[in-house]
Write a protein that binds this ligand. Structure first.
Ligand code: HEC
Ligand code: HEC
Ligand code: HEC
Ligand code: HEC
Ligand code: HEC
Ligand code: HEC
Ligand code: HEC
Length: 415
C-alpha cells in the first residue's frame, strides 16, 4: 500500500511541476522579454502597442533589414533560383547550393569540392547588394560571393582577390555598429600585436530597431503603460528638441563614412550626444574627397543648399519610418519647398526644360556616381561593375545635365 501511494505522490508531484512549468511559460509569454542591451531598453516588440502605424511602415525599410539571420528559405526567390555560380577561371568556381541544413557557398577546384560554408547572416536589405557571413565558433567570417541586385547575379565580394577563393576575412564589430541594433563583442589577443573580435551568438540584435535611433525607452514604455491618458511624450528625447548638429549626428552615426576610428562603441550613442566624442580625433582628419558610399553627411555639408540654409538636415528630404526609394518626383517636390519657380533662386534651366523640370531636379543635381571604395567583379569577366550612389553634394553637373537633356529629347522624338 505504502509503495502505491508513494508512487502516486511522486506522480502527482511531477504533474504539479509540469503544470506549473506550463503556466509559468504562458505568463512569461505575455510579459515583455528582457532586452540584451540592459534594463534601460524595452522589448523592441512593445513599441507596436502604441505606435502601430510607424511600426508597420518602418518594418518595410532598408534600415529594418540592414542585417538579418539567414534561414534556409530566407533569400529572395530570385537569388536562390538563379543558376548560381561564380566562375573565377577554367579550374576555379564557387556555386551557391541549397541543402537541407541551409544555403552554402561551395568552392570547386577542377570539379572537386574544396570548401563549403553556410549563409548564416545577411548584411544589407539587398536594395543594391547583399553580403553574407558565416559563424565559426565565436568568430564571424565574410563569404566570398555577394549578391548584386542591379546585376541580378553573384559577384566577387568587394575588395576580394579576383583570382583566388577566399573564406578567411573576419567580419568586424564596426559592420554591426552600422547595420544592427546590438552585437556583444569581445577583443581577444591572438598573439603578437593582433586582436580578433569574438561575438556571442545569443546576444545579437539584427536590423536597426526603434531604440537604435531614439535611445533606450524602457521608462517611456513603463510610464505610458501606467498613464494611458497622458499624450505628452515622457522619458524619450523629442527630435524637435535637438539642435541642428544633434539631428545630423543622429543619422551621422552611420552615415559619416567609415574612415573615422571609433574610440567608443557607437551602440552607446543616443540622440543628443556629440558624435565626434565617439571617434579618435587623431584619425578624424578632414577628408576633402568623401566617397558617395556611406558618407552622405560630409557630402551634404559641401552643398550650397546646406551651407546657406539654417535648417536643412537629413529629414528635410527623408522620412524616417517609410520606404521611399525611387520616388524621385517626391524628392523634386522637396527641392521646390526652397527653390520656387517664382523666386530668383530657381533653376536657370527652367525655360529650356518646361514642365519636365518639376520631376527631374535630382537627376541633374544629385546624380548617381560610382563609389571609389566599392565595386564588384562580375563572374568570368575582366571588368568590374560600379556601385552607384546618389551624391549628396547638391551642385551643378554639366555631364549629367547633358545626359538628361538627351534623354528628354529622345522621349520627345518618340512621341
Ligand atoms: C544604426 C546606423 C544607422 C542610423 C542611425 C541611420 N542609418 Fe540610414 N542606413 C543605415 C544602413 C546600414 C543603411 C543601408 C540599409 C540597407 O541595407 O538597405 C541605411 C540606409 C539609409 C537610406 C537609404 C534608403 C533605405 O531605406 O535603404 C536612407 C535614405 C537613410 N539611411 C537615411 C537615414 C536618416 C535620415 C537617418 C537619421 C534619421 C539614418 N539613416 C540613420 C544605417 C543607419
Ligand atoms: C533611422 C532612425 C529612426 C528609426 C530607426 C526610428 N525612428 Fe522614429 N523618428 C526618427 C526621426 C528623425 C523622427 C523625427 C522626424 C520625423 O518625423 O521624421 C522620428 C519621429 C518619431 C515619432 C514622432 C513623430 C511621428 O512620426 O509619429 C515617433 C512616435 C517615432 N519616431 C517612433 C518610432 C518607432 C516606434 C520606431 C520603430 C518602429 C522608430 N521611431 C524608428 C528616427 C527614427
Ligand atoms: C503604452 C504606450 C506607449 C508605448 C508602448 C510606447 N510609446 Fe512612444 N509614445 C507614447 C505616447 C503617448 C507618445 C506621445 C504622443 C505621440 O507622439 O504619439 C509617444 C511618443 C513617442 C515618440 C515621439 C517623441 C517626440 O515627440 O518626438 C517616440 C520617438 C517614441 N514614442 C518612441 C517609442 C519607442 C521606441 C517605443 C518602443 C520601445 C515606444 N515609444 C513605446 C506612448 C507609448
Ligand atoms: C560607418 C557605417 C557603416 C559601416 C562600418 C558598414 N556599413 Fe554597410 N552600409 C552603410 C550605409 C550607410 C549603407 C547604405 C548606403 C551607402 O552605401 O551609402 C550601407 C550599405 C551596405 C550594403 C548594401 C545594402 C543594400 O541594401 O544595397 C552592404 C551589402 C553592406 N553595407 C555591407 C557591409 C559590411 C559587410 C560591412 C562590414 C565590412 C559594412 N557594410 C560596414 C553603412 C556602413
Ligand atoms: C532648405 C532649403 C533648401 C532645399 C530643401 C534645397 N535647397 Fe538648393 N539651395 C538652397 C540655398 C539657400 C542655396 C544657396 C543659393 C541661394 O541662396 O539661392 C541653394 C543652392 C542650390 C544650387 C546651386 C548650387 C551651386 O553650387 O551653385 C542648386 C543647384 C540647388 N540648390 C539645387 C537643389 C536641389 C536639386 C534640391 C533638392 C534635391 C535643393 N536644392 C533643395 C536651399 C535649399
Ligand atoms: C535635399 C534633399 C536630401 C537631403 C537633405 C538628404 N538626402 Fe539622402 N537622398 C536624397 C535623394 C533624392 C536620394 C535618392 C533617392 C532614390 O534614388 O530613391 C537620396 C538617397 C539617400 C541614400 C541612399 C543612397 C542611394 O544612392 O540610394 C542614403 C543612405 C541617404 N540619402 C542618406 C541621407 C543622409 C544621412 C542625409 C543627411 C546627412 C541625407 N540623405 C540628406 C535627397 C536628400
Ligand atoms: C536637365 C538638368 C537640370 C534639371 C532637370 C534641373 N536643373 Fe537646376 N540647373 C541645371 C544647370 C545646368 C544649372 C546651371 C545653369 C547656369 O548656370 O546657366 C542649374 C542651376 C540651378 C540652380 C542655381 C540657380 C542660380 O541661382 O544660379 C538652382 C537653385 C537649381 N538649378 C535648382 C533646380 C531645381 C530645384 C530643379 C527641379 C525643380 C532643377 N534645378 C532641375 C540643370 C538642371
Amino acid at each position: 500500500m505504502k509503495g502505491k501511494s508513494g508512487k502516486l505522490f511522486i506522480f502527482s508531484s511531477i504533474l504539479t511541476f509540469l503544470l506549473a512549468m506550463f503556466f509559468s511559460q504562458c505568463i512569461d509569454k505575455d510579459k515583455p522579454k528582457a532586452d540584451i542591451r540592459g534594463t534601460a531598453y524595452a522589448d523592441p516588440a512593445t513599441c507596436i502597442k502604441c505606435h502601430k502605424e510607424v511600426y508597420t511602415n518602418y518594418n518595410q525599410t532598408g534600415h529594418y533589414h540592414a542585417s538579418q539571420p539567414v534561414a534556409a528559405n530566407h533569400l529572395q526567390a530570385g537569388i536562390a533560383a538563379t543558376d548560381s555560380q561564380f566562375v573565377f577561371n577554367d579550374s576555379v568556381k564557387i556555386k551557391v547550393e541549397k541543402r537541407k541544413s541551409g544555403l552554402y557557398q561551395v568552392a570547386y577546384f577542377k570539379g572537386k569540392k574544396v570548401r563549403d560554408e553556410r549563409f548564416d547572416i545577411a548584411f544589407g536589405s539587398a536594395e543594391k547588394a547583399q553580403t553574407y557571413a558565416y559563424w565559426r565558433g565565436k568568430k564571424i567570417y565574410q563569404l566570398p560571393l555577394t549578391y548584386s541586385t542591379s546585376a541580378h547575379n553573384w559577384v566577387n565580394s568587394p575588395g576580394y582577390p579576383a583570382n583566388l577563393v577566399y573564406y578567411n576575412r573576419l567580419v568586424v564589430g564596426r559592420c554591426f555598429e552600422c547595420h544592427a541594433s546590438f552585437a556583444d563583442r569581445k577583443f581577444v589577443a591572438t598573439g603578437g600585436l593582433t586582436v580578433d573580435e569574438e561575438f556571442d551568438k545569443d546576444a545579437m540584435l539584427y536590423g536597426i530597431d526603434c531604440q537604435r535611433c531614439h535611445g533606450p525607452a524602457a521608462n517611456h514604455v513603463n510610464y505610458h503603460t501606467e498613464n494611458p491618458g497622458d499624450k505628452q511624450p515622457k522619458f524619450i528625447k523629442p527630435y524637435k528638441s535637438l539642435t541642428r548638429q544633434q539631428k545630423l549626428d543622429m543619422c551621422g552615426v552611420c552615415h559619416s563614412g567609415s574612415d573615422l576610428k571609433a574610440e567608443r562603441s557607437t551602440f552607446n550613442f543616443h540622440p543628443g550626444d556629440t558624435l565626434m566624442n565617439f571617434f579618435d580625433p587623431a584619425f578624424g582628419a578632414v577628408n576633402h574627397d568623401p566617397d558617395v558610399h556611406g558618407n552622405q553627411t560630409k557630402l551634404l555639408a559641401m552643398s550650397k543648399c546646406f551651407a546657406n540654409s539654417a535648417t536643412m538636415t537629413c529629414t528635410t528630404c527623408h522620412s524616417s519610418h517609410e520606404k521611399e526609394t525611387g520616388n524621385l518626383v517626391g524628392y523634386s517636390q522637396k527641392c521646390m519647398t526652397c527653390h520656387k519657380a517664382e523666386d530668383h533662386n530657381f533653376c536657370k534651366m527652367a525655360p529650356k526644360l518646361g514642365d519636365a523640370i518639376t520631376t527631374k531636379c535630382v537627376d541633374c543635381h544629385m546624380p548617381a556616381l560610382p563609389s571609389k571604395v566599392i565595386s564588384f567583379k562580375m563572374t568570368d569577366a575582366k571588368e568590374t561593375s560600379p556601385y552607384l550612389l546618389r551624391t549628396h553634394r547638391i551642385a551643378i553637373y554639366p555631364e549629367q545635365t547633358a545626359g538628361v537633356l538627351q534623354m528628354l529629347k529622345n522621349n520627345h522624338n518618340k512621341r
